[in-house]
Design a binder for this molecule. Sequence first.
Ligand code: ATR
Length: 289
Amino acid sequence: MEGQPIAGTTKICGIIGDPIEHTMSPVMHNAAFRHLGLDCVYLPFRVGKEAVGRAIEGVKALNIRGLNVTIPHKTAVIPYLDELDPMAERMGAVNTIVNDNGILTGYNTDAAGFLRALQENKIEPRGANIVVLGAGGASRGISFLLAENGADLTILNRSRERAEDLASQVSTATKTDVKALVLDEENLSLALEGANVLVNTTRVGMVPDVNQTPVPSGRLRPDMAVFDIVYNPVKTRLLADAEAVGAQTIGGLEMLVWQGALAFTLWTGQAAPVDLMRKVALKALGHED
Ligand code: ATR
């Protein structure tokens, strides 16, 4: 579709991060703007650590409508914002900023996008036994939201300390009993025995290490759903193994698309064309459908 030409009235959104070259967000959002005929454009900005404060001041100075924030700035932007959504505050991370007449509010649609992708695939966290691999930045939001939504959570991580720290923070904040284990074969086997859902938040299996998997295929079962938040490759080794045993699988692209869709709605007030966003992201990742 043709879409609006850029004009004096065009509203600007964008993404800051470093590096920024591999982001899928401009492709998804610009396609969505064009599709809905919105007078908006979405641009990538490479912003180094030293320039985060000035970049956020620039959002106000240039009257930019909204930003996504990606690695490594999701925590660093917080002191420069005027308001924080409670979820972003609890997670200590912002991936979406909305500029309302000079008032900047920070949101986090990453974990909410994960939850939405899960629910779109008919999986409800309440009462589910969920094993989360990884205790880094990505795991943090996801683990909080899963526990908050009633999941029975076990976090496995390569470094024990990080697993225990995150589990204790999530336990305290959500008043649930989150278990923490070192990510090794024995613990994996133990944790996965009664698991309904397995979530990989580690980078294992991401390009270029596409033959790696955090879970030996023998531990996967057909009655388990497997969500890998890695989206490049679109079908990770873990997802391929899970598919091969007949398990339900959800790829990281779904989380990417839904976090984008939720940000899109915060900026425009409109429902995002999710199928289109998925299609263009897939194409940008080298998948013609
Ligand atoms: P992100 O924002 O992607 O979560 P991060 O905060 O650097 O990034 O966290 C990366 C996660 O992947 C961590 O859980 C890390 O485990 P450690 O805490 O032990 O470092 C995990 N990870 C990265 N490479 C891994 C590997 N080869 N095997 C197992 N876990 C790995």
